[in-house]
Design a protein around this ligand. Structure first.
Ligand code: ATP
Length: 430
């Protein structure tokens, strides 16, 4: 059976409550794979498929097509692997959604707030996917939940090195994920919370505060609640960061994916009214190598500047004079307690703004453009807690003329002049 595109076509008949898992080969030369639902009903991570529509998945995609009632689908092209599994935790995930929906109904009746849910677990257990499914199911029954993205390594909302919140108003697009309009984004600056755990906890609290303020004025947001995606670092300070998040967001439910010890520790350490639930991971979740994670981070930055699939953006390149901007790094290198000035603690150093003198080593760094009003130095205090309004990348530094060239999504001039440096770099190969 050869379609017009000339790609090989494979047909799969799926029984009820089974899923077709497939992976598209990674690499630029890899062929895309198309998916078409022929009969019945099916969904990809909680987003329903339209019948007779072809969905295209690019290199590196790892997809599961799940059906509650049974269906028939075609795959066009050569996936790296494709198999049908009967063994999925989807029923448990759906039951979790049903329980959360009960809590929303109760919140509605009693004029309370809806469930605040934190999803935790080690790397590669499908945390982001479970968040996506729960958000999709909620929005499909008319709720307006909020996604809180605390995974600074693999953010589903903004570029890596950020922490953010996004109101979900419609199900995720099958190919592209959630529509990212007007997210609230904070600068963290690195891909691991361990680089500056004080800042990580501080920004978690900022997000919690803004979310709570929104809930006070927006009933739908309050009843919809939130789903918090976290980092895969679940030991030591990483674990403490989860406990901090649970307390600052006042979470009601913690979903622990595939980690019994973490489940027991959280049950022990969180207040008794927090429901801690252990859920299995799906056998379909694919482990990703370091390179794979790095590539997907790079891709996320590329998408920010150049767009994704059908939507192309055309970024701008222009010069910025050093004297027109103020560049800071958040956090001074830690020094032994005994060397700290009197009355100062390590906390202060981790949240300190350190002015950066522009030099060649700035090249390729991603810089966040803070939303803080340009003003006198008095405004410096609020920089750490201010959201960002966008990102630029330094592509060239000329120390002679004291000018740097930047890649920017918007034309000159920069909307604000306070810039925060990330330790993440992006080399524009386009
Ligand atoms: P991280 O360690 O980055 O936090 P995670 O725990 O959030 O990872 P996900 O990003 O949800 O994990 O999943 C990892 C990959 O597995 C993704 O590419 C996702 O599309 C894929 N995946 C998830 N569930 C399935 C499934 N049932 N079948 C096939 N692929 C899946």
């Amino acid at each position: 059976d050869a379609p017009a595109s000339g790609k090989v076509c494979t047909r799969f008949d799926l029984e009820k409550e089974t899923e077709l898992r497939f992976e598209v080969e990674a690499g630029d030369a890899a062929e895309q794979v198309e998916l078409e639902l022929l009969t019945g009903m099916a969904e990809v991570f909680g987003s329903e498929l339209n019948r007779n529509k072809k969905y295209t998945f690019g290199p590196g995609s790892k997809i599961a097509v799940f059906t509650w009632q049974g269906c028939c689908v075609n795959l066009y092209g050569k996936p790296e692997v494709a198999y049908v599994s009967k063994d999925t935790p989807m029923l448990l995930y759906l039951n979790t959604h049903a329980a959360l929906e009960q809590m929303r109904k109760q919140a509605e009746r009693e004029n309370e707030r809806g469930p605040r849910v934190m999803v935790v677990g080690p790397t590669d257990v499908g945390k982001s996917t479970v968040c996506r499914m729960l958000l999709n199911y909620a929005v499909r029954v008319g709720r307006r939940p909020t996604l809180v993205e605390l995974d600074v390594g693999q953010s589903g909302v903004s570029v890596p090195g950020t922490m953010s919140a996004l109101c979900i108003e419609r199900p995720a697009d099958v190919e592209e994920g959630f529509s990212v309009q007007a997210p609230l984004v904070y600068h963290f600056g690195s891909t691991s919370p361990g680089t500056n755990i004080k800042l990580y906890n501080k920004l978690t609290s900022c997000l919690a505060e803004v979310f709570s303020q929104r809930c006070e004025v927006n009933r739908k947001a309050s009843v919809g609640g939130c789903i918090i995606n976290t980092c895969g670092w679940v030991k030591g300070s990483g674990y403490q960061a989860l406990v901090h998040c649970a307390s600052t967001f006042q979470v009601d439910v913690v979903l622990v994916l595939d980690h019994e010890r973490l489940y027991n520790e959280l049950k022990r350490d969180l207040p008794h009214f927090v429901r801690v639930v252990l859920l299995p991971k799906s056998g379909g979740v694919v482990e990703r190598s370091k390179e794979c994670r790095r590539d997907s981070r790079d891709e996320k930055i590329r998408e920010y500047f150049y767009g994704f699939r059908g939507v192309s953006y055309y970024p701008f390149s222009f010069e910025v004079r050093f004297s027109d901007v103020r560049i800071y790094k958040i956090g001074a290198p830690s020094i032994p307690d005994s060397c700290l000035p009197l009355g100062m603690s390590q906390d202060d150093t981790q949240l300190k703004l350190v002015p950066v003198t522009p030099g060649r080593d700035l090249t390729y760094h991603v810089l966040s453009v803070s939303s803080i009003e340009d003003g006198d130095d008095g405004a410096r205090k609020g920089i750490v807690e201010s959201p960002v309004c966008g990102f630029i990348v330094v592509t060239f530094v000329d120390t002679q003329t004291q000018v740097m060239k930047v890649l920017s999504p918007a034309p000159r001039p920069l909307p604000r002049h306070t810039l925060l440096i990330m330790d993440i770099r992006f080399m524009d190969m386009k």
